[in-house]
Design a protein around this ligand. Structure first.
Ligand code: UD1
Ligand code: MG
Length: 443
């Protein structure tokens, strides 16, 4: 199989009117990735595997997929021919898949391609529909696929057939263009239907076959209700994969994962956690209930929540602890950092072992721009402090509770900046006294 080249054309034109959204249908998210990204992920890739997408506004999804525009929406066969320029290059296998069918798997593409190796001109993915209304019906005679009838054109007897067209097809690349160009538009909608390829293959005396799969894999998404159903299927798959990989989940049905979430060993996720795209969780990490995590990396044995919000660009070092009602964004917290209560740490770097007291806020926004807060290693920030960025707090520095820090604090210095401001000389003196009787901050 691997020696055969392939071209996969993803049909993604059209707005998806039934989604009732300004967003193009194939760009709606499912488990944190667009519908189209899911299809592209499952499609054959690597050497000798080309990708083409027919549709607008999809260029940014994957740069290795050529994009073609279908000027008029004249049907699925017409859409395929929008990519004619790449079809004529003649891959061994030409695969056509719809951009609104995100649950399809890598293995199914491989199964669908297998009959081409044995001389079939066309393989069609079929499934037994619970409710076949709306789908094209697969007409099988004597074990041979002889045609596909669209619902609108089907007779009552044909409508009783439950074996349906999933919309994924694999053509022998050498015959594909010849077959697809023969397709006409003599049907009730006056569209060029790709499904008519089956009858043409038969007329040419070639073989067409059906490969069956489960309905869950080929659910097409046309409405928000179908999007939610597909999300449920996807979440069930992701939870099972996480459990199989050794993640402990007390109530997996309450945990939401993204398609790209990665886990180390011995990770625990408590009930009611939402994980968005771009999250990696290392060995031994604990995610407590009601945490919301997006684009973040969580170090070994780190602890998050309950009720924590890790926003994009958060990186937690090994053993770091983020407690309740803490929000982080674009923040690197090195190993062993503790932010245990009620804090906002954004656009910040915090050195190893630093303790950030309850209610600490990095004031990163001055109304015009975002600024960075840098806090050294082994520092201590007292409760209810505001760190007004841009600002640097040195290694080992000690910030008194309730301070509003507007100027850099050197290494090992004490800063107590309250309103009304205390005498800074006095502050430094207290700090030196404090250091002489300093105990390390409580673990
Ligand atoms: C299609 C199949 C039907 C199958 C069903 C499975 C055809 C004619 N019918 O019907 O047999 O059971 O899918 O879900 O193939 N598109 C374009 N340009 C066009 C028309 C469509 O790019 O001119 C794209 C759409 O964005 C969509 C896909 O092709 O991703 C399928 O089109 P859609 O209108 O959803 O076809 P169905 O009626 O669902
Ligand atoms: Mg459809």
């Amino acid at each position: 199989m691997s020696s055969r080249t392939s071209l996969t054309i993803v049909l993604a034109a059209g707005e998806g009117t039934r989604m009732r959204s300004a967003r193009p249908k194939v760009l709606h998210p499912l488990a944190g990735q667009s519908l189209l990204a899911h299809v592209l992920r499952a499609a054959p890739k690597g050497e000798g595997a080309a990708l083409a997408v027919v549709g607008e506004e999809v260029r940014r999804i994957r740069s290795d997929a050529a994009t073609y525009i279908q000027r008029e929406r004249l049907g699925t066969a017409h859409a395929v021919l929008a990519a004619r320029e790449t079809i004529v290059r003649g891959a061994d296998d030409l695969l056509v898949v719809f951009g609104d069918t995100p649950l399809i798997s890598v293995a199914t593409f491989a199964r669908l391609r297998a009959p081409l190796q044995n001389g079939a001109a066309l393989a069609v993915l079929g499934f037994r529909a619970e409710d076949p209304a709306g789908y094209g019906r697969l007409l099988v005679e004597g074990g041979q696929l002889v045609g596909i009838r669209e619902h609108a054109d089907a007779t009552a007897a044909e409508r009783a057939i439950t074996l349906c067209n999933a919309g994924v097809m694999a053509f022998d690349g050498k015959r594909a263009l010849e077959i697809i160009e023969k397709i006409g538009n003599a049907n009730s909608k006056g569209e060029y239907y790709l499904v008519d390829a089956v009858a043409i293959v038969r007329e040419l005396g070639l073989e067409a076959v059906v490969i069956e799969t489960s309905e869950d894999e080929v659910r097409g998404i046309n409405t928000k209700a179908q999007l939610a159903e597909a999300e449920a299927v996807m979440q069930a798959r992701l939870r099972k994969a996480a459990l199989d990989a050794g993640v402990t989940m007390i109530a997996p049905e309450t945990v939401f994962l993204a398609a790209d979430t990665t886990f180390g060993s011995d990770v625990t996720i408590e009930p009611f956690v939402v994980i968005g795209p771009g999250v990696t969780i290392a060995d031994g990490a604990m995610i407590h209930s009601f945490s919301h995590i997006v684009q973040a990396s969580i170090g070994k044995n780190a602890s998050v929540g309950p009720y924590a919000r890790l926003r994009p660009g958060t990186s937690l070092g090994d053993g770091a602890r983020i407690g309740n009602f803490v929000e982080t964004k674009a923040a690197t917290l090195e190993a062993g950092v503790k932010v245990n209560h009620l804090s906002y740490i954004g656009d910040a770097h915090v050195g190893a072992g630093t303790n950030i007291g309850a209610g600490t806020i990095t004031c990163n926004y001055d109304g015009f721009a975002k600024h960075k807060t840098e806090i050294g290693a082994g520092a201590f920030v007292g409760t209810n402090s505001s760190l007004v960025a841009p600002v640097k707090i040195g290694n080992g520095a000690y910030i008194g509770s309730g301070s509003v820090i507007t100027k850099d604090v050197p290494d090992d210095a004490l800063a107590v900046e309250r309103s009304p401001q205390t005498n800074r000389e006095g502050g430094a003196k207290r700090y030196r006294e404090m250091k002489t009787r300093a105990k390390p901050p409580k673990a």
